[in-house]
Design a protein around this ligand. Structure first.
Ligand code: PNS
Length: 163
């Protein structure tokens, strides 16, 4: 079913993101995970680190590519010859923001569809912002983020007690 683009900040990638990527990789010929610098957010990890974490976490998926991009999402989508933007939806609270972005992207690029996938129930409560906050307070974040993220979070920190 062609090329799909899965955009996000991935600061850092979580098991919720990975679940969407794995499921999208079964639906589309190629999934390009695109790591954006969101102008309205400050990021904990550099674009290079975020790309590296996504690459390591998706290395088992042959049809998944990872790229960093700065600019308009629809420009990237058109440039790569994709027709679909994949987004994950957790809860009603995501809907308002995602709906507005999907409509704006539709206005900018009418030929591109945004396809929403519901997050698996076991990952509904996971958000990158919460993971960073938990880690800052020394809480265990195992089971929330892939190993590639855990090792980077722990670099220079005393590992939090888990279990
Ligand atoms: O993981 P996030 O922070 O929710 O991802 C937001 C993202 C990167 C998908 C969004 O900010 C985005 O599409 N940025 C690219 C710039 C752009 O196209 N902005 C207009 C969107 S209507």
């Amino acid at each position: 079913m062609g090329i799909a683009v899965y955009p996000g900040s991935f600061d850092p990638i979580t098991f919720g993101h990975l679940d969407i990527i794995e499921r999208a990789s079964l639906l589309f010929d190629t999934v390009i995970v695109t790591v954006f610098d969101n102008a309205s957010k400050s990021h904990q990890f550099s674009p290079e680190e975020r790309v590296a974490m996504v690459r390591e976490s998706t290395a088992h998926l042959a049809n998944v590519q990872v790229e960093a991009f700065a600019g308009l999402l629809v420009d990237f989508v058109r440039d790569r010859g994709a027709k679909v933007i994949v987004k994950g939806l957790r809860a009603v609270s995501d809907f308002d923001y995602e709906f507005k972005m999907a409509l704006m992207n539709k206005k900018l690029a009418p030929e591109v569809e945004t396809v929403f996938m519901m997050t698996s129930s076991r990952y509904l409560y996971i958000a990158s912002s919460l993971v960073k906050e938990l880690f800052m307070y020394g809480a265990c974040v195992e089971g929330l983020v892939p190993a590639a993220v855990l090792s980077r979070l722990r670099r220079g920190h005393i590992p939090a007690e888990c279990g």
